[in-house]
Design a protein around this ligand. Sequence first.
Ligand code: CMX
Length: 434
Amino acid sequence: KKTLKQTLSEKIDKQRPRTKKLLKEYGDVVVDQVTIAQVIGGMRGIKSLVTDISYLDPEEGIRYRGYTLEEVIEGLPKPKGGDMPYVEGLFYLLLTGDFPNQEEVQQVVDEFSKRRIVPRFVYDVIDSFPTSSHPMAIFSTAILTLNRESVFNRQYQAGLSKKDYWEATYEDALNLLAKLPEIAAYIYNKLYRKGERILSDPNLDMGANFAQMMGIEKPYDDVSRLHFIIHSDHESGNVSAHTGHLVASSLSDIYLSISAMINGLAGPLHGLANQEVLRWLQEVMNKMDNKLPSTEEMEQFVWNTLNSGQVIPGFGHAVLRKTDPRYKLQREFSQKHLPDDPIFKYADLLYKVVPPILQKHGKAKNPWPNVDAQSGVIQWHYGVKDYDFYTVLFGIGRSIGICANIIWDRALGYPLERPKSVTTDMLEKIAGIK
Ligand code: CMX
């Protein structure tokens, strides 16, 4: 039976000539043009990255390897008694483009299980953080601390050939991904449960193991699987994916690259928005004495935030122009499992109230909710109420997609990333002002 690494190796052999041909024979073909608004405006929309792992359509939302999220969830094998598929199967799909069968998934589950033990020094570093630290800072540092374990670095120093970069990176990626749930649960227990620790079980899959270490009953295993799967990838230009790719492009190893991408994810305009949604909702709940506001009252809360110059967290998107399918999936999950949860009712009222207000406000290009408007609501329901922790959960998921991307970056020999900057003077000359 072929291993994931062998299957991947065959895919890489097939893909390499395609990239080579495009570069060699069609390198001068124009893909896009760049305006001054894009140069000043965060390079929004410029087509200048390649990935085959996912594609984000503004109207439809994300597809992984050409499949919608519904198709992914439907098509991936599921553990016994679970409604949500193995996260390990998603990693297989992202890497190869193929849906694995039960046996192929089990191989990856076993690989992760073998590699999950975190070295003592990582726990020591985590323990040395003050308990008032943000969990994302601890998470990023813990990942960085693992850099001394890098197979890629060791082999690079020994004179690794370029064509073999991906294999060492693959080893690093698996070693890291297998450890992330352990690290995250340890941080959670240190910060919010007085260090009480529940050990992982080598016989469980990633989602079930995470639920076990968090000490939360079913269906939190499914909640974790769903969460990690839908947060894993969102093509290459978002801050976390782009950061991971950029840092890896200088041949920094997986640990340096994923630690860096975690830092990007920790910003309130990106992954931290899921924490901000809960913080915002809690403020409203406190003001309302936990009573559900009327539509008019909720509208007033939203306007107050906008009028004080702040954004409504969980709404808007740089690429999407419709309701995020990741939001929809989590809403459906909530309707099924927690329809009467007061915080779900709050979030659902926001779904009704915010889009027309943002349209009236006239600034946001996309008034619809994104993934972050709903993910914290589910966590809250299952007892994870320390919302500072939510972006760590996002980070576990996102690492899966970015690791897959970095392995392929290495396989296809994508070079050092190095765009060109200009000065304001130069832009004025280009504009014909000077
Ligand atoms: N509330 C209020 N104003 C908003 C807004 C929101 N939810 N979304 C966008 N706007 C404003 C922008 O701040 C911007 O204002 P200025 O012209 O004053 O700078 C204007 O509308 C135009 O922005 P845009 O082109 O629609 O959006 P961007 O591509 O610049 O930014 C995003 C996208 C997500 C950062 C923005 O919509 C936002 O700040 N949303 C709230 C934070 C959030 O939910 N982030 C999570 C996104 C998903 C994720 O990465 O996890």
